[in-house]
Design a protein around this ligand. Structure first.
Ligand code: PRP
Ligand code: ADE
Length: 173
């Protein structure tokens, strides 16, 4: 089965009107999971990535697997209050609400080329906040990569308009 057909859609979750694209069904499928990781590894193996930053929570599923494939380290970008050492935070708007993400100040060597990973880009608020965090610690965002883009919500375009490479595997209207 294709990556797209392994993603389940739950209408009206977590709020009425949201078509929630559920990647748990994709991760449960051994061939689907391997396809996802292999596709990202193939795309980024020659792009001089020094580190992968995964966004909580679903970026933590794909990020480390791709980091292993590329032979680089993995850093967590977490929701507010979860990281124990000194952090930098950025507030951002979601498709449904607002939140703060944080990174450890000393997590990334300045000048590193970082690949930011998450399961999905919608409005782009989360990914743009992640880019800001990476730049605040003195590193460079080499690209942002997602399994799913929701193009109608404009997030991927915002990433590209900011001059950052954007890559995704599938799109949903
Ligand atoms: C989802 C998704 C992305 C973000 C995309 O996470 O995993 O991180 O929303 O939306 P945006 O492009 O409009 O910012 P969510 O905030 O639901 O958090 P979770 O992964 O912790 O459930
Ligand atoms: N995060 C933001 N919008 C989403 C959606 N429609 N499906 C899954 N995750 C999301």
């Amino acid at each position: 089965m294709s990556i797209k057909s392994l993603i389940r859609t739950i209408p009206d979750y977590p709020k009425k009107g949201i078509m929630f694209r559920d990647i748990t069904t994709l991760f449960e499928d051994a061939d689907g999971l391997r396809d996802v990781i292999d596709s990202f590894a193939a795309e980024f193996q020659d792009k001089k990535i020094d580190m992968i930053a995964g966004i909580e929570a679903r970026g933590f599923v794909i990020g480390p697997a791709v980091a292993l494939a590329l032979g680089v380290g993995f850093v967590t970008i977490r929701k507010k209050g979860k990281l124990p050492a000194e952090t930098i935070g950025v507030e951002y708007e979601l498709e449904y609400g607002s939140d703060v993400i944080e990174i450890h100040k000393d997590a990334i060597k300045p000048g590193s080329r970082v690949l930011v990973m998450d399961d999905l880009i919608a409005t782009g608020g989360t990914a743009l906040a992640a880019i800001e965090l990476i730049e605040k610690v003195g590193a460079e965002v080499a690209a942002c990569a997602f399994i799913i883009d929701l193009p109608d919500l404009g997030g991927a375009k915002k990433i590209r308009d900011r001059g950052v490479e954007e890559f995704h595997l599938v799109e949903f209207e």
